[in-house]
Ligand binder design. Sequence first.
Ligand SMILES: [Zn+2]
Ligand SMILES: [Zn+2]
Length: 431
Amino acid sequence: LTQAADKRPGFSVQSPKGTHDILPAQARRWRGVERVVQAVMQRFGYEEIRTPIFEEAALFIRGVGEHTDVVSKEIYTFGGKGADHVNFALRPECTAGVVRAYVQHRLYREPAPQKFWYMGPMFRYERPQAGRQRQFHQLGVECFASDNPLSDAEAILMAVDLLAELGLTTLTVALNSVGCPNCRPAYRLQLVRYLEEQQASLCATCLTRKDTNPLRVLDCKAPGCQPIVACAPALHDFWCVGCRAHLEAVMDYLDSVAVAYRLDPRLVRGLDYYTGPVFEIASDALGAQNTLVGGGRYDQLVEQLGGPPTPAFGWGLGMERLLLALDGAEAGEASLFGAVLVNPGESERRGFQLVSWLRRAGRDAEVVTGRKWDKLFKHADRLGARFAFVLGEHEVETSRFGIKNLSNREQSDLPFSHEVVMAWLNGITDA
Ligand SMILES: [Zn+2]
Ligand SMILES: [Zn+2]
């Protein structure tokens, strides 16, 4: 690091492009969402797991797929220091890390299935645009060691319930199967053959994908590719008996709990590791249809990353997108139990004492100092306080303080004593 940057005239530091600060008002909304997430995960028996935000780069090359956009274009890598010659990468997604932890700690020895959820920052080098950041946050779940379609349906249901509980009700669930090692190679062969016939009209991206990751051509949004995609061989014509039966069982489970879905034969996922059922959940909360959740089954990844053969199912959800979709659905109001209003001087000392009593009794409270009472009350309102405790110079002299209920404007006063304050707190019913 050089000092040069500090010597630039008019130097001022801004957050790096594609990152954002979550200021207190926003953080409040995040916490509101996180509380619902924790409650829903607990109900479904998913346990939280926290993995490092950087891993060996090889993990993602192997785990996510060398030819995915995520690894080929968007991954942030950096070298180790000193004797550490390994290349590291900021995690672009979390599934690979969770699988690594599952294998490293031999969690496959624990009773199956093992169900995890995680939430945290991920990093991808992308052109920043609305809802797309270089540091973004993802919530995700992974269920290991169950090949039962019940686990697929349970995880999909959990995503639907979570979004509904957050206030998003107009949801569309799209479902497909990308096939398994028994049936996908034949499909892939047919698809590549077809794409080769059409290659004069393919967009530049699809021309590359044709050779590296041909299934991704199916979700190309380029207008020129649309007619080609529409006439491409369909995956479901190639499903083996197992793939068909598994998907049908998932559908049956979803029917049994009234989760509506539609089959989308063009639905594929951006990452290489999926096998079998894949799904997406979109919401129209942002006007246009907007995919919030995506995931599916990945029965090969654990073995690819050095573990025993272990079936798995998971999904991920972009938190920034979710919060955009929730804008308006919930307000995330500021709230405070008490604002202790004091004048400068001795009154402040008593105010400090009172606010500490309140805090030790488990109530959130704040001292606000000033000379003008109308300004002090305005400040209390801005803090969203339920009660204003008035402790000015006059109150200090008489050893009493006033209490104003800011929601119904009722007033009373009490002697300045710890016991009295505790007794008053006990009498408050939190409606
Ligand atoms: Zn199959
Ligand atoms: Zn294309």
